[in-house]
Design a protein around this ligand. Structure first.
Ligand SMILES: Nc1ncnc2c1ncn2[C@@H]1O[C@H](COP(=O)(O)OP(=O)(O)OP(=O)(O)O)[C@@H](O)[C@H]1O
Ligand SMILES: C[C@@](O)(CCOP(=O)(O)O)CC(=O)O
Length: 497
């Protein structure tokens, strides 16, 4: 929670997503998608930077301590003719690659703040530090060195499993059970035991560019959490309060606009919607909504942005987020299997759209069939009809596969098909799917939520990995209904300066 008026330290987190059913069709306002929020969250801790007496600093610093070369420093200025606030990345020492999502979000959110809080004109933006902490499942595990070359001491340099200074900070001083590091014991090449500590936010030993994403929607989660933490840090509660319906609407609208701009395209926005609201049946907003908005820095941008974000006319913001009829049966979980690959969604969407535009009637009928499965799946899951999950998911997969064949996009590649078919035979597994756009992103498994099933699935994936010389693993992440939330700063106190 934000503290007193002097202490504006705040942590906001936003969940990742899994579009269980509705990929492609959800790009069309006629249709909806069934999206679940995930327990993997991106947290952003916003705090003031305290400067020594006489030192004047106006930087906003964003840092991702889990990656190499991931500190972005920004200066900012007010652009004439209502062009809003623009940030400029400052370089000192080793050049740092720009972070387009972070920079764009700052442009939009600082502009919005300066427009709705007139006192900003006189006192500007105090320097702030924004720390991004992503749950480990957003990225594939760094490759484990083979047992013969694994160093025997975890302090050796270059060992991705050793603790970086920041990891030590997190794992050693985190006070609550949920943030405590877990210790696992492995057998070394010489047969000795070797303990290593797994911190809550691990260091991936790579730059962000080289990290292997698992496809949980990191950009939507970071844009949403960064937007919310900036709003909560700089604005008084009377202007932004995430616990209210109005606060969530402001967050949703602003994050959607910033995310679309950073992506350079207008996706359906299901990922930002679930980052804000959690699991839901989602109908997209009309893309025309954003067409009249000037770009950051252009004349009239600030006023137009604030008017659009604050617009509560539902005929303009015509997206629909329905949480009713979305849920999971008791004792059932959505889990994810990382295949350590990742997918180029954009090229897949192009192929599907080319096919749809060439054969509108055929495609229309296929989309209708997919929509029927989306609705059925939502009904079966929220109604607790466990016995029907497999059939509905199987039928959804079949139509997606056939659409993929027709348009030449690997929506359910053969390797995934084979693995999922075999996985569905494991006791306790109810259904599987390659979610979202499909391809090689992490696969989703709807399964019984008990230790026995988890063990069997893990055993299956281990054997499958060995047999096929790949790395497939059951991630810790699970479907979760809650959206963006303010976290207890106390849980992050080792990161507060
Ligand atoms: N931990 C992080 N710290 C800072 N920026 C991040 C972090 N994680 C993601 N980003 C930003 O998000 C971008 C990744 O966005 P992209 O759309 O490629 O992936 P994604 O949203 O995870 O994709 P998918 O929907 O397939 O999961 C990065 O280039 C970076 O700008
Ligand atoms: C293809 C699409 O419908 C879903 C993409 O989902 P994902 O990024 O693969 O989870 C695109 C979109 O909805 O923006």
């Amino acid at each position: 929670m934000a503290g007193t008026s002097e202490d504006r330290t705040v942590v906001v987190s936003a969940p990742g997503k899994v579009l269980l059913a509705g990929g492609y069709i959800v790009l069309d306002r006629k249709h909806t998608g069934l999206v679940f929020g995930l327990s993997a969250r991106i947290h952003v801790l916003a705090q003031e930077i305290h400067t020594s007496a006489g030192v004047h600093l106006s930087e906003i610093v964003v840092q991702s301590p889990q990656f190499l070369n991931a500190t972005w420093r920004y200066g900012h200025h007010l652009v004439k003719d209502g062009g809003g606030i623009k940030v400029t990345q400052l370089q000192s020492g080793t050049p740092v690659e720009p972070n387009h999502f972070v920079e764009t979000t700052l442009n939009y959110v600082l502009t919005y703040i300066s427009q709705v809080d007139k006192s900003r004109a006189s006192h500007g933006f105090q320097p702030a530090s924004l720390l991004v902490l992503a749950d480990n499942d957003y990225y594939s595990k760094p490759k484990q060195p083979s047992s013969t070359d694994r160093p025997s001491s975890s302090s050796s340099t270059g060992d991705h499993f050793s603790l970086s200074a920041s990891e030590e900070k997190a794992s050693l001083s985190d006070p609550t059970p949920s943030t405590k590091a877990t210790t696992t014991t492995t057998t070394t090449a010489k047969g000795g035991k070797h303990s290593r500590t797994r911190p809550r936010f691990r260091h991936f030993g790579t730059t962000l560019r080289d990290a292997h994403k698992t496809g949980l929607g990191s950009s939507a989660a970071i844009v949403t959490a960064l937007t919310a933490s900036l709003l909560a840090h700089y604005l008084p509660r009377s202007l932004f309060d995430l616990s209210t319906e109005q606060g969530r609407r402001i967050l949703h609208n602003l994050a959607q606009i910033a995310h679309c701009s950073a992506q350079g395209k207008i996706g359906s926005g299901f990922d930002v919607a679930s980052a804000v609201y959690g699991s839901c049946l989602y109908r997209r907003f009309s893309p025309a909504l954003l067409s009249g908005l000037p770009n950051p820095g252009e004349e009239g941008f600030a006023a137009a942005l604030a008017a659009l974000v604050d617009d509560d006319d539902s005929s303009r913001w015509d997206c629909e987020v329905s949480k009713e009829g979305v849920g999971l049966p008791a004792g059932v979980a959505i889990r994810m299997c990382d295949v350590d690959c990742g997918t180029q969604t954009v090229s897949m969407v192009k192929k599907v759209h080319k096919w749809r535009d060439g054969l509108p009637k055929v495609a229309g009928a296929v989309y209708e069939r997919l929509q029927a499965r989306v609705n059925e799946l939502a009904g079966v899951l929220s109604g607790g009809r466990i016995g029907e999950v497999g059939k509905v998911m199987g039928s959804f997969r079949e139509i997606m596969r056939s659409m993929g064949r027709d348009c030449g996009a690997p929506i359910e590649p053969e390797s995934q098909e084979e693995m999922l078919n075999a996985l569905e035979k494991v006791d306790g597994v109810l259904g599987t799917v390659v979610p979202g756009a499909g391809g090689y992103d992490a696969a989703a498994v709807v399964m019984k939520d008990d230790e026995e099933t988890e063990k069997m699935v893990q055993g299956f994936l281990k054997a499958w990995s060995k047999e096929h010389d790949i790395q497939v693993r059951l991630m810790k992440v699970r479907g979760e209904t809650e959206g963006a939330r303010v976290e207890d700063v106390g849980e992050f106190k080792s990161w507060v300066s």
